[in-house]
Write a protein that binds this ligand. Structure first.
Ligand SMILES: Nc1ncnc2c1ncn2[C@@H]1O[C@H](COP(=O)(O)OP(=O)(O)O)[C@@H](O)[C@H]1O
Ligand SMILES: [Mg+2]
Ligand SMILES: [Zn+2]
Length: 272
């Protein structure tokens, strides 16, 4: 049995798209439809849907970036820090910033830029730059992980507990395979346990050509004593050493408060 469907063309006047024709069903088997409202402009509908989809895409992308930043675990205070926040006052700082940017871009485009070793006194911006690298990679949808030698030791010790959520092997594989490892405070609070862990993780990454950025308060010359000969060998072979040999950027809390309360014009940034 054939069903008799009749169509009709309706005219829609759109301020943006002008005169548009919309086809509607007028009747089915002689049963008439009432058009109780004028149809919307079809071109406007298409545009609105596309805009909604773009918005959703954008939101999903932002969520993914935020997820990657959270997973990278940079220090809280630096979660929103980017390379643009890193101020440079000397050519040495400019050079180091440029090297870190290039290094990050290289990893984002799936290259292997070797290792980086950031070495210098406290307060010279090493941790900040490690965080910038993690945040920038997240924006490029690349996973990375920030940690310190001490924190890594604690994380491994937690896996030795009975009923631990994660096994030691699974944690080891995670550190051995993450696309970029950012290891801060190398050689600080070093114990036989953390020294061995750091060596094994870095040695595995070395064997697999996976990048590592380390930061340390020890100058290059003192590092062999601190990290041992085997790891020092890996570092000298694989890492570009960057010396942070300028004054600390960290204002002592007392001075900072005094500035805020009494003398906003003072810009002394030196600390011990
Ligand atoms: N070049 C810089 N530009 C802006 N802030 C900086 C810079 N260097 C250091 N800082 C700030 O100084 C403080 C100490 O830096 P941090 O990265 O923790 O030093 P480090 O890890 O070398 O001890 C942080 O608050 C950091 O944001
Ligand atoms: Mg630091
Ligand atoms: Zn329209």
């Amino acid at each position: 049995m054939n069903i008799d469907i009749q169509h009709t063309d309706l005219q829609v006047q759109c301020e943006v798209h002008g005169n548009q024709i919309v086809q509607r069903i007028k009747s089915i088997d002689g049963l008439e439809f009432n058009f109780d409202h004028t149809p919307e402009c079809p071109a406007c509908c298409i545009e609105q849907n596309a805009a909604k989809e773009r918005e959703q895409d954008e939101r999903r992308k932002l969520e993914r970036v935020q997820h990657l930043i959270t997973a990278a675990q940079p220090p809280r205070r630096h979660e929103g820090t980017t390379f643009d926040d890193y101020t440079t006052t000397s050519s040495a700082q400019k050079r180091i910033l440029e090297i870190c940017r290039r290094y990050t871009n290289n990893i984002a485009s799936q290259g292997y830029p070797g290792w980086l070793a950031l070495s210098g006194r406290p307060g010279t911006g090493k941790t900040m730059l490690l965080s910038c690298i993690a945040v920038d990679l997240a924006k490029n949808h690349v996973r990375s992980r920030y940690t310190t030698q001490a924190a890594m030791g604690r994380e491994f010790r937690a896996t030795y507990q009975r009923g631990a959520e994660r096994s030691e092997t699974s944690l080891f594989d995670y550190y051995a395979q993450i696309p970029l490892l950012l290891l801060d405070e190398l050689g600080a609070s070093s114990t036989e346990h953390t020294d061995r862990l750091v060596f094994e993780v870095l040695d595995t990454r070395y064997a697999n050509n996976l990048p590592v950025v380390i930061a340390t308060n020890h100058p290059r010359a003192a590092l062999q004593e601190v990290v041992g000969e085997r790891l020092f060998d890996r570092l000298t072979e694989e890492a570009t050493f960057l010396a942070f040999d300028w004054e600390s950027n960290r204002k002592p809390a007392g001075l900072r408060n005094k500035n805020r309360e009494t003398s906003p014009a003072r810009t002394d940034t030196h600390s011990s």
